[in-house]
Structure formats: C-alpha cells, structure tokens
Design a protein around this ligand. Structure first.
Ligand SMILES: [Ca+2]
Length: 142
C-alpha cells in the first residue's frame, strides 16, 4: 500500500467503521427499567424507605444496577442529568411521558440530577424492596 494514500489519523477517526464502533447503544436491562417504573408508582414513604435501604446495601446486590447507572451516565461524572437519562431511556424504547415521570420521581432530593443512591433506590429488585416494606412496617410499629 502506498503510504501517501493511506488515510490520516484524523480521517481514520472519522471513518464510518470507527464511529460506529465507538458509538455503541446504551443497552439497559429491561428488568431495571421495569423496576424504575414500579418505584415511580410508589408512595412517598415507600420511596423514602427504599432510599434508606439503598444506603445500606452490599455491593453484591447492586452490581447490575451500577452497570445500568454507568450506561446512563454518558459523561461518567456520577450524576444523571435529564439529557442523559432521556437519551438512554429513549434508546431503550421508553416513552417520552414515562421518561419525564421517572426522572421527576427518581430525583428524590429535587436537585435536577439523579445521583447514584437515588438510582439504586429506584432500581432495586422486588426481593429487596419487600425487605424495605418489612422495614417500613417495623418502623410504623415502633
Ligand atoms: Ca452524567
């Protein structure tokens, strides 16, 4: 191959193949999306209880959730902006209106972004949030 006809580094980086390799889709586990939906439907107290549980969970429980969080956190700064959340959930087939609802419910502290703990609280497995219900019940009985 004639080296003068070889593409430059800049050209290579803009090449269709490279671009398509770098721009992978942000694929989320459907189960996580379902969990987010359930969370959004919970009452304020239950969401608060889950938020508390999210703080004390072991890493093993949340590996999948962390992966999903990292998928959505496109710029990897540890917070999910509406733009990131919207983009990735839309790519995963979630409806516009539902994305809006999810975001406002997940943004527990109304900071305008979703942080890691808020996301974990919302994406917990049913098995875990049943524990949270037990916790809430116990709390009521005090
Ligand atoms: Ca981010």
């Amino acid at each position: 191959m004639d080296p003068t006809k070889r593409m430059t580094c800049e050209e290579a980086l803009k090449h269709q193949w490279i671009v398509s390799q770098c721009h992978t889709e942000h694929k989320l586990d459907q189960k996580i999306i379902d969990n987010l939906g359930s969370y959004a439907g919970f009452g304020k107290f239950k969401r608060a209880a889950l938020f508390a549980v999210a703080f004390v969970l072991g890493q093993g429980e949340i590996v999948k959730i962390r992966d999903a969080f990292e998928e959505i956190d496109v710029d990897a700064n540890g917070f999910l902006t509406y733009k990131e959340f919207h983009q990735v959930l839309k790519e995963n087939g979630v409806e516009e209106q539902k994305i809006k609802t999810l975001f406002s419910k997940l943004d527990h502290e109304k900071s305008g972004t979703i942080d890691y703990t808020e996301f974990i609280a919302a994406a917990l497995e049913k098995r875990v949030y049943l524990d949270a219900e037990a916790l809430a019940d116990a709390f009521h009985e005090l």
